[in-house]
Design a binder for this molecule. Structure first.
Ligand SMILES: CC(C)(COP(=O)(O)OP(=O)(O)OC[C@H]1O[C@@H](n2cnc3c(N)ncnc32)[C@H](O)[C@@H]1OP(=O)(O)O)[C@@H](O)C(=O)NCCC(=O)NCCS
Length: 357
């Protein structure tokens, strides 16, 4: 059905996805967490998560290039009947109700009935909603194919396979880079503690409370990865969107003091870059404070000649982190004078995303 008699375009479509999986294995594929296994670029950012991020009442956001950020609410989660429902809204663009019903199909197979009711929210989105309705049957075909390929056959999705492929470091320690959102509370506590204890110069977060708030903010607004060895957190990195997601800010980054200079920082930055690219970044950026006179930019009148001060930037012997970022390909693009008090600037660095043509 397509209705245009009211103010905006509204479509209702239903289809079936057939899967070579028992219903009990297929049902968990249709929620915020499960879709990570078969939808490339699906990265839910939780605003409210009950338990493992599935269940009625879970609220999360996803970002789609060219459309924006959708806020999703799971309104039904009934493993016994195989039913799951969601409502999502792309502000000023479109909203939809999605109902999924997973049932057994004999011989260890199952089928998901999928129903979409979508309404445009602005004249600009009318065509998008109409086109979605027209392409709905092919979407069902793509879903079937993606589940077969990435879940049944186990072919990895494009992009990094977080938490699955240990990276081999120079030290020959196996290191797993995993999504911080999926980590148990013990790892999250270590991540907050590292923000307090892992920074000396530049200084870190004042206390655990402030650090935990920062961690929640990063997870709610962007993404974060941890480097872990068994149940020990070795370091973590966050990414925050700017300029509608065209720019992603690396914030924060910290490695355990006793594990530095072994390639962990580099591995975390690589994970940040992959994920930011997957989310559509053109530019990767960061600010690295000099609040304790570690560089030639501290304690001087930067306004006298900002380009010259940047061009002549030197480390004063304490190995300020700008050296680390420069090694990884970041360029100083600016400076914020007195960001941390008189004579204590923030150094801005960026790099372009390397795109494979
Ligand atoms: C900055 C930090 C994240 C680097 O992590 P790390 O795991 O030690 O870095 P890596 O071992 O991956 O280093 C990658 C490269 O950068 C170099 N490097 C690392 N830290 C450096 C520093 N402070 N100065 C100069 N070079 C540095 C390494 O020698 C290595 O060089 P290579 O290419 O010859 O191998 C870590 O020192 C840290 O957590 N510091 C405290 C928190 C902090 O300052 N965060 C950044 C704030 S913006």
């Amino acid at each position: 059905m397509t209705a245009e008699s009211d103010n905006r375009v509204h479509i209702e479509r239903a289809g079936v996805v057939r899967m070579a999986l028992p219903a009990a294995d297929a049902f968990p594929l249709f929620n915020a967490e499960g879709e990570r296994r078969w939808v490339a670029g699906w990265v839910p950012c939780y605003l409210y998560r009950a338990g493992a991020g599935v269940g009625e009442g879970v609220v999360f956001q996803t970002t789609r290039k060219g459309v924006g950020t959708a806020t999703w609410t799971q309104t039904r989660h009934d493993p016994a009947s195989g039913g799951a429902s969601f409502v999502f809204v792309y502000p000023d663009h479109h909203t939809a109700i999605v109902d999924v019903g997973v049932t057994a199909d004999g011989n260890g197979r199952s089928r998901a009935s999928v129903r979409y009711r979508m309404t445009s929210l602005s004249p600009d989105a009318d065509d998008y909603v109409r086109a979605f309705g027209e392409a709905f049957d092919s979407y069902m075909g793509h879903w079937e194919e993606a589940i077969q390929r990435h879940v049944v056959e186990g072919v990895p999705l494009p992009g990094i396979q977080r938490g699955q492929s240990p990276l081999q470091l120079r030290s020959s320690h196996p290191l797993t880079v995993a999504d911080l959102a999926d980590q148990p509370s013990a790892i999250r506590r270590q991540a907050a503690a590292l923000l307090v204890e892992g920074f000396d110069r530049p200084k870190g977060w004042p206390d655990l409370h402030a650090a935990a708030r920062e961690l929640d903010h990063v997870l709610a607004s962007g993404f974060a990865f941890v480097a872990v060895e068994h149940d020990l957190l070795l370091g973590w990195i966050g990414g925050l969107p700017q300029y509608d997601g065209r720019v992603w800010e690396l914030h924060p980054l910290v490695v355990r003091p006793d594990r530095r200079l072994r390639g962990i920082g580099r591995a975390l930055v690589a994970a940040f870059e992959d994920e930011a690219e997957r989310r559509g970044a053109c530019t990767l950026t960061l600010g690295t404070d000099d609040d304790s006179r570690q560089t030639s930019l501290a304690g001087v009148d930067l306004y006298s000649d900002i380009p010259r001060h940047i061009a002549e930037l030197r480390d004063l012997g304490d190995r300020h982190p700008f050296l680390f970022y420069r090694r990884l390909g970041y360029t100083v693009t600016g400076v914020m004078p007195d960001a941390n008090g008189p004579g204590r600037p923030d150094i801005y660095m960026s790099r372009a995303v390397r795109r494979e043509e």
